[in-house]
Design a protein around this ligand. Structure first.
Ligand code: SAM
Length: 217
């Protein structure tokens, strides 16, 4: 017999968002301002951010690396779950996103905790030599390069640290063999899920569009 998971119907989803969200007035306003600046509305969701905050606190994370800043929503949410002497590096390619996020990080009073890098992630990581290991890596950018990011950063993830990636359900298309939307991205995500499952102890948490979590021993 198959055990069926409880389907996340609208009322249950709303219950989750209403009660277990990372949002406050500042983050809500950030999303409104980002929209006014024509920044795409593709930040992680509030309940997903709370889930990541929970993981960060559970593993006593101090050092986080994020690829893909956008408006700074996830970076700010994650930084808030770090201790006072914690540090988060976030890498963003687009000038407009970088400038917007930098301002928001300052407004949030987190410039001492968050370092935002304006760079193409692959070029940045090729030369990156951090003076500490990372507890948590969050990949949320160009899907086709995730394998390369992991290969470059793996040696800087501490034992017991976690590598995570958003959109593990590929916008809902992960099970489809001929998806009509973003077929290349979906192919990349599927292949990345397989790669991570084989390389690390991994799972997908069904929050947002699926959050891949891989544990480094
Ligand atoms: C899904 S959004 C990130 C959302 C953000 N993590 C959040 O939840 O608030 C993806 C971001 O990655 C950036 N990006 C795409 N390719 C990149 C690359 N090669 N290097 C760095 N950033 C990149 C995009 O410009 C965009 O801002």
């Amino acid at each position: 017999m198959t055990m069926q998971a409880t389907a996340l119907k609208e009322d249950l989803f709303q219950y989750l968002v209403d009660n277990f969200s990372s949002d406050d007035e500042f983050l809500k306003q950030l999303l409104i301002d980002a929209q006014l600046h024509n920044i795409p509305q593709i930040s992680i969701s509030p309940e997903q951010a709370r889930f990541i905050q929970f993981i960060l606190k559970s593993i006593n994370a101090k050092y986080v690396l994020e690829i893909g800043t956008l408006a700074g929503y996830s970076a700010i949410a994650m930084a808030r779950a770090l201790p006072d002497d914690g540090n988060l590096i976030t890498v963003e390619l687009e000038q407009k996103h970088y400038e917007f996020a930098k301002l928001k990080i300052e407004e949030a009073g987190l410039s001492n905790k968050i370092e935002i890098i304006h760079h193409k992630a692959l070029d940045f990581l090729k030369d990156f030599q951090p003076d500490h290991n990372f507890d948590f890596i969050f990949l949320d950018a160009d899907k086709s390069n995730y394998h390369k990011y992991v290969n470059l950063i793996d040696k800087y993830v501490r034992s017991g640290g976690i590598i995570s990636a958003d959109n593990a359900f590929a916008f809902g298309f992960v099970t489809q063999s001929a998806p009509e939307r973003n077929p290349n991205d979906i192919k990349s995500i599927k292949s990345f899920n397989d790669f991570m499952r084989q390389k690390y102890f991994s799972t997908i948490a069904p929050v947002g569009d699926g959050l891949l979590l891989s544990l480094k021993y």
